[in-house]
Ligand binder design. Structure first.
Ligand code: FAD
Length: 283
């Protein structure tokens, strides 16, 4: 199934996983996939370690998901540190394995790496390369807040519109205030691009990890949300988790009510928060 076709049929719900690094992590992921499969996601996606650190593990997991669960998978792929030929080889292998969906990303070269930067600089070049290899449905990343390396929000919106006009859909970085998402979508429309923009959802179920990830991604962690989580902290991690799920559910409801074409859950290879949000939304 091509994700672009699924999006034409109505809102798409999807889950993101990363390739596990140990046997225990593999077992945890298998449990998460088993528990999330009954929610019948439109697709699930598997991240890629920039610089190629998970090249085979991402490939194998994507192919296993298709073979063993029948769920539509999407492979992430990043330009960083790869030659053009290496990227063609990765994409060709997916095509030959029957994979139909790829998320084309710029990626960030690993901080401690001495690898060369790579032949392709931006995700939009990877979209062109993938189109040359096969008939894929291609997604790209979009940054509601915007991308932390951009000189200005206007410049980032313009670059995102150029990239999205060549791709089939976008998946956003996570955000906690729906205003950022709708501002991005309105900017795309103003720039003449009306491809679907799927909202990336990261439930804030732990103060420490969410603060660190927000800093890394340039996502604002609203004071009001932080205060609610802090107020729950004395009652323990389960209370914080509950508040995080309630707040994420509220955000998802607003996004769906105002016409978002899909929600993409960054699961961190765990199923609980996503299942609870699904239930609260009545999906
Ligand atoms: P690009 O589209 O390449 O843009 C990067 C920057 O360059 C932006 O500031 C943009 O405005 C600017 N730019 C774009 N085109 C041009 C141009 N032609 N000229 C000048 N400037 C330009 N990372 C991973 O390593 N692995 C993953 O699996 C992964 N999955 C992700 C999934 C999602 C949903 C999201 C939102 C991000 C993911 N990332 C992943 C992170 C991503 O790789 C980083 O955010 C990276 O820094 C930028 O990637 P991009 O594809 O958004 O960048």
């Amino acid at each position: 199934m091509k994700i672009a076709d699924a999006l034409k049929a109505g809102p798409c719900y999807s889950f993101e996983f990363f390739p596990p690094r140990s046997e225990e992590a593999e077992r945890n992921l298998a449990t998460a996939i088993r528990e999330l499969a009954p929610l019948a996601p439109a697709y699930v996606s598997v991240t890629y370690g920039a610089g190629g650190s998970t090249r085979d593990r991402t490939h194998d997991l994507v192919v296993e998901i298709l073979r063993d669960t029948g769920i539509t998978p999407m492979a992430h792929l990043t330009c960083a540190c790869h030659s053009r030929q290496e990227l063609v080889d990765v994409v060709t292998r997916y095509r030959d394995a029957g994979i139909e969906n790829i998320l084309a990303l710029g990626g960030d070269p690993p901080a401690d790496s001495d690898q060369p930067p790579g032949e392709l600089k931006y995700a939009s070049e990877l979209v062109d390369l993938i189109r040359g290899v096969g008939d894929f449905s291609i997604g790209v990343a979009a940054h509601p807040e915007p991308h932390p390396h951009s000189p200005s929000i206007e410049e980032d919106r313009r670059r995102t519109a150029e990239k999205l006009s060549k791709a089939d859909f976008a998946v956003t970085q996570f955000f906690f205030d729906a205003r950022h998402y709708f501002d991005l979508v309105e900017s795309m429309h103003a720039l003449g691009v009306d491809k679907p923009v799927i909202a990336g959802i990261m439930p804030a179920t732990s103060m420490r990890s969410i603060t660190r990830m927000s800093e890394l991604q340039g996502s604002e962690f609203p004071r009001e949300l932080a205060a609610k989580l802090e107020a729950a902290e004395p009652d323990g991690p389960e209370a914080v988790h509950r508040v995080g799920v309630e707040e994420a559910t509220r955000l998802c409801r607003e996004l769906l009510d105002r016409g978002a074409p899909g929600l993409h859950f960054f699961t961190l290879n765990r199923s609980m928060a996503t299942r609870e949000i699904y239930e609260a939304l009545g999906l």
